[in-house]
Design a protein around this ligand. Structure first.
Ligand code: BES
Ligand code: MN
Ligand code: ZN
Length: 522
């Protein structure tokens, strides 16, 4: 099930003369002596809007104030142009306060572009004339606008059998106004944004697909097909290969379902061997998490179709890597299983022999993510990874601790910091968390090497228990980071900025950024 695509290109024509269905400009909110509010003084048109403002004879801010504009982030106001400019519609998007002397932060532009393109569904062709700095920050700003537009224009095709007249078609074509459309740096940013946003959209499609349509063998095929088309090397381990290879964790979780588990391995090899470093990306691919024998409550269980968001992000990031061709070897590992209760399910009390030989005592079958990830991470280490980034919708504890926007990061200190920096740069915030000794002590098992969770099922340090467990499956010489995206991987609320309802595609952009970071800086 794939969503319709949006195309993107650069334009350097005067926005007032562009033959498009709508032209988007920005407006800042300003604090006046009377405070903020819908007054013309409180509004400041952003750069890029000059020729549109001139065509309105300088009356644009007044008109906007009349319509109740505040310039707040996410605000979108549409104005009929009545012949003042070529486009029939001007769309004004709020950018919040103008940062003193500087252009808006890239994330403010990304959200504004997303909100505007989303609000313009029904208009086939739109142009964005948003403020872009003319200094060294220009590429990051252009990247943000392009990504925001492509992601705000995303819509999952869905399963409705009848046409939906009230549902307007997503914008098909976006033009971004820049000073020089022939500029090579600008064109490279557009190409990159298309590859990265395309990957994010693919990961959203996988997450939004109904779980009965994306059980492990089907998900594995979908990823393998896309990866082969992108030119990646593909290996799929089925249940027999997993048994032969000793992947006890993946098999234990998968054994309760009639749809057998898989481990998909995708490899990108740079021309000439790149810089000699090897990056491993690992993503949790639980196609549906009922909890298994330790079954979850019914309320909200449907959202557990998103429990493969980590694998979707890794698979999609690999597609972007194949397009961007960084100078580093990258291997994606996507363990996939469906966590079901049945007569063949694994059970609390089971002891599982894992890929790296360690024995794990199962206490709660709902802590299944760490079981499949442990095997995949140990395999990545056995394959000789220098850097290992793993991402998963692992714990409800992440949502409690950091909320729905900020991912939790655990692992080796330097790599956690790199993930935080990458998240900051891409608009996918992530925050480092510790791996305390007392949490590891609480996971001592009476019978095995480690318990899967706290031996008394104490939920203290819930998110950290996940990180502490996964550490046991990474060899000492490997720099690693576990990125818990239980909150940011899925958006249950109304669409906002460039986030649509459902899968968010987090942390595809972070993973791509990290791969490029290692390719450039080692
Ligand atoms: N997939 C869930 C975590 C999750 C919760 C993701 C909410 C997204 C939103 C995971 O497999 C799980 O069930 N975790 C348990 C762990 C517990 C049994 C140790 C949890 O968070 O309660
Ligand atoms: Mn679970
Ligand atoms: Zn889960």
């Amino acid at each position: 099930m794939t969503s319709p695509r949006t195309t993107l290109s650069l334009v350097d024509t005067d926005p007032a003369e562009l033959a498009v269905d709508a032209i988007v400009i920005g407006v800042h909110s300003q604090t006046t002596e009377a405070g903020t509010g819908a007054s013309a003084d409180a509004l400041l048109l952003a750069s890029g809007a000059e020729s549109i403002a001139a065509a309105f004879d300088g009356k644009l801010t007044e008109t906007l104030a009349l319509l109740g504009a505040t310039g707040g982030p996410g605000e979108v106001i549409k104005l009929a142009t009545l012949g003042t400019v070529t486009a029939p519609l001007v769309t004004v998007v709020g950018l919040g306060p103008e940062p003193s002397g500087a252009a808006p932060a890239p994330e403010a532009l990304r959200r504004a572009a997303g909100a505007a393109v989303r609000a313009l569904a029904g208009a086939p062709r739109v142009a964005l004339a948003l403020p872009l700095p003319d200094d060294a920050d220009a590429p990051a700003a252009l990247r943000a606008v392009a990504e925001g537009a492509l992601l705000g224009g995303y819509r999952f095709a869905g399963y409705k059998t009848k046409p939906q007249p009230a549902r307007r078609e997503p914008v098909a074509e976006v033009l971004v106004a820049v000073p020089d459309a022939a500029d090579a740096t600008a064109q490279a940013e557009i190409a990159r944004a298309q590859a990265v946003a395309g990957a994010v959209r693919t990961s959203r499609d996988w997450v939004n697909t109904a779980p009965n349509e994306l059980r492990p063998p089907v998900f594995a095929d979908a990823v393998a097909t896309a990866a082969r088309e992108a030119g990646l090397e593909v290996e799929v381990l089925d249940e027999a290969a997993l048994a032969a290879g000793g992947y006890g964790g993946i098999l234990a979780v998968g054994q309760g379902s009639e749809a057998p588990p898989r481990l998909v391995k995708l490899t990108y090899t740079p021309a000439g061997g790149g810089n000699g470093k090897r990056v491993a990306l690992v993503g949790k691919g639980i196609t549906f998490d009922t909890g298994g024998i330790s079954i979850k409550p019914a309320q909200g269980m449907w959202e557990m179709k998103s429990d493969m968001a980590g694998a979707a992000a890794v698979g999609a990031a690999m597609l972007a890597v194949a397009a961007l061709k960084p100078a580093v070897t990258v291997t994606g590992y996507l363990p996939m299983a469906e966590n079901m209760p049945s007569g063949t399910s694994y059970r609390p009390g089971d002891v599982i022999s894992m890929f790296n030989g360690k024995k794990v005592e199962v206490l709660n079958t709902d802590a299944e993510g760490r079981m499949i990830l442990a095997d995949a991470m140990a395999r990545a280490c056995a394959d000789g990874a220098d850097y290992l980034f793993e991402t998963s919708t692992l714990t409800g504890g992440q949502v409690i601790a950091l909320g729905k926007r900020i991912a939790g990061v655990m692992g080796t200190e330097e790599l956690c910091e790199r993930v935080r920096v990458a998240g900051d740069a891409t608009g996918e915030p992530a925050w480092p968390m510790p791996l305390p000794d007392d949490v590891r002590k609480g996971m001592e098992s009476d019978v095995a090497d480690i318990s899967q969770v706290n031996a008394g099922m104490d939920r203290a340090g819930h998110m950290l228990q996940g990180g502490v467990f996964l550490r046991e499956f990474v060899t000492d010489d490997v720099a690693w980071a576990h990125i818990d995206i239980a909150g940011p991987g899925y958006h249950s609320g109304e669409a906002t900025g460039y986030w649509t309802k459902g899968g968010t595609g987090v942390p595809v952009r972070t993973l791509v950024h990290l791969v490029e970071d290692v390719a450039t800086n080692g």
